[in-house]
Design a protein around this ligand. Structure first.
Ligand code: URA
Length: 223
């Protein structure tokens, strides 16, 4: 698929998400929030669900957590336009409650199609709900900042920026995890099994029951 066709498919997918009525969240939303960013992004960031600001504007991470995300991106010389940013759930859960399993399930194939179209080197999961998509039953406090290989791609779980705003002692951990991201991207691009650097620059290969992102198209016929 050439770049023009991928771009057209991503735009069509984002439009489809904006119209979605698969779960009851569509009734209380002002706007669905498909995600945004570059089709050529080396990194896709996946948060939990839109909050009040995102719901109002139809864009991901535009509130305080988004400001922190932009500051963290600046540390590694990137802007939000250089990456792709989305969420596990595309509509705001009322009162910012946790997303329900059926809401996550309703959005699951949207996320799979976004990951497949962007085809990033690295998937950064922000917080527990996004981590559970690839790494169920792990503790974020144990695995944050490590690289888990799924096919060609690395999944790097991180604390959610909103969690670092609530617990300032987590901010230096999140900053350190961001600082390792360029080395993870290089490791994928150079096809290395182990990222260079300190031992904490960890890459683990995951034999998972779920299909890796690159194979999702075998199961999800949506694209
Ligand atoms: N928190 C999220 O998980 N996603 C957003 O888009 C904004 C805040």
């Amino acid at each position: 698929m050439d770049a023009q066709e991928r771009q057209a498919r991503l735009a069509a997918l984002e439009a489809e998400i904006r119209q979605c009525t698969r779960c009851p969240l569509h009734r209380s939303r002002a706007n669905a929030v498909p995600g945004e960013g570059s089709l050529d992004a080396p990194i896709i960031f996946i948060g939990e669900a839109p909050g009040a600001n995102e719901d109002r504007l139809g864009r991901p991470f535009v509130g305080p957590a988004g400001e922190l995300l932009e500051t963290l991106l600046e540390r590694i010389g990137l802007t939000r336009e250089d990456v792709y940013i989305t969420n596990v759930v595309k509509c705001r859960p009322p009162g910012n409650r946790d997303p329900l399993p059926e809401e996550i399930e309703a959005c699951k194939s949207f996320l799979a199609r976004q990951v497949r179209l962007v085809a990033p080197d690295v998937i950064v999961t922000l917080g527990r709900f996004a981590m559970e998509r690839w790494l169920p039953n792990r503790r974020i406090t144990r695995v944050h900042g490590r690289g888990f290989r799924f096919g060609r791609c690395l999944v790097v779980p991180m604390f959610h920026p909103a969690a670092a705003l609530r617990r300032p002692e987590w901010l230096p951990l999140l900053e350190a995890d961001f600082d390792r991201l360029p080395a993870f991207v290089d490791a994928v691009r150079l096809g290395r099994r182990q990222a260079p650097g300190p031992p904490s620059l960890h890459v683990e290969t995951v034999e998972e029951e779920k299909p890796p992102p690159a194979q999702l198209n075998l199961f999800d016929q949506g694209e």
